[in-house]
Design a binder for this molecule. Sequence first.
Ligand SMILES: [Zn+2]
Length: 148
Amino acid sequence: MPLTKDEINLMIKTAIETEKNAFLFKSKHAFGSAVLTTDGNIYGGCNIDGVISSQGSCAEVVALNNAVANGKYNIKAILVIDENEFVFPCGSCLQYLGQFFQTTNIDIEVVAAKVNGECKVKKLSQLLPTLYLSSSFDFKLKKYRNKK
Ligand SMILES: [Zn+2]
């Protein structure tokens, strides 16, 4: 089922609220993100800098991890918010999103939104057509489908 305008608006609201919590001492720009699960829950994320660069996280990863920490693995959509331009997730975040795609086989909707509500929506398969899918972990990933 395609994303509704109401779902997008709720994700925008969550992403704007969560962006305020960004933990930045290296980055110059705060980002907010929101994940919508197939059962209608929304989880926010903000970017988090790390003193050791590899320990920093994009807002999208934090939003996905927030969903997982709440026991939700079936992702319908992810949104990134920016004040002035349409920003889609980086390649690393798209690949991370891919393991949730592999769990459900739902082609996740990826939304680039501005605070004024304008948005562009693409599918994960459009943004990363060469997504790496793990054959060796496929069975274990599928166990998270519909997990309660
Ligand atoms: Zn990223």
